[in-house]
Design a protein around this ligand. Sequence first.
Ligand code: GLU
Length: 428
Amino acid sequence: MLRVRFAPSPTGFLHIGGARTALFNWVYARKNKGEFILRIEDTDQNRSKPEYLTEISESLKWLKIDWDQIYYQSKRFDIYRDYAQKLIGKGSAYKKDEAIFFKYNFSQIEVNDLIRGKVTFNELPKDEEVIIKKDGTPGYNFSCCIDDALMEISCVIRGEDHLSNTPKQILIYRALDFKIPDFAHLPLILSPDGGRLSKRFGATAISEYKKQGYLPESLANYFLLLGWSPGQDREILSLSETKELFKLKDVNKTGAAFSLDKLNWMNAYYIRNKNIDQLTKEIQSFLVNQKHPFANIEYGRLKEVVVLFQTRLTTLSEFPDKANFFFSQDVEYLPEASSVLENKLSQEMETLKDKLSQINGFRKDLIEEKFRKTAKDLDLKVGILVHPTRVALTGRRKGPGLFETMEVLGKEKVLQRLDKLIKYWEEK
Ligand code: GLU
């Protein structure tokens, strides 16, 4: 059976690179009806922290990456020590200063990488490798090999930064007569200028993307395109479609540039295309996680407002700020609106307020009809009345359609806020 693994060290949060490695492994396993193993490489007891482990597993679950088995290397130290003893017995390892070293004679090694093709290693910097450290914990290359062999991993899919470890690992496989798995090294993820990822560009924990209001499906979709493409310029792909289309041989060798603009575009796309109830629930749980006061807004009310913003959000986190005027008692005029307020139309607003107050059943079609008729009677272009009305109701120059906004705000708030603008003008 095909078996792959994702092997994070809980010495930091899950970042894009790790999440992408996990996704590629997961998709490959699911496509081939194989098994996906999560192996926690917590051998460094000082740097491994439970909070990182929690963040990593929560983030994987959030991205909908499920695993068939989980192993913790910290519970397997006896196994590594046994294998180190075996190597000593074979004359391939020796003890020095309390640590155990694996000693090898290196000659050229060729790795037939499933992504990169043939990679040849002509030399290694040293001729020995610490496999068990003084404190009894295993070195990465050693525990990684032992586990990949015992867990019967058929293909090791990981980031290109581990390519240079591969020849050392092959030497350990050979020394223990283990079957050597296939290897597939994923291209590096680069910043838009071709350099390393930085805090500004992409090097953000997955939990932080969640906090910033990205959807798991858009992140997963975007990460999968970092180094892989299904062809035909297709970009929007669900995990289940990816499962059908994914082939390791289609993964690129060259570095994949991270683009926040592209990710934002994709997130907006997924928000726009989400079922409205799902989106409302997503926003509601986002608000709850943020301990935002709007988390207590009644579901039906929240949904009415979410409908108006669905096509206007890049991330969920924009929602509370963009929509706050619906939930606040009062409205504040933002500086961007000041030029609109310069043109005093107190008399006209008074008339509009009066006409709107006559509507029974404050629905957008009735509101629009009354609004247009009032403008006509006042001999004003509709636009002249639209701008100050929008500012009166929302405090801003831009927002969802004015008549929908009025319907959702409700008659009472609309009249109150028009009144407030009239008073504001009178006091000026
Ligand atoms: N614990 C290693 C890491 O996080 C795993 C490398 C591997 O996949 O072999 O980089």
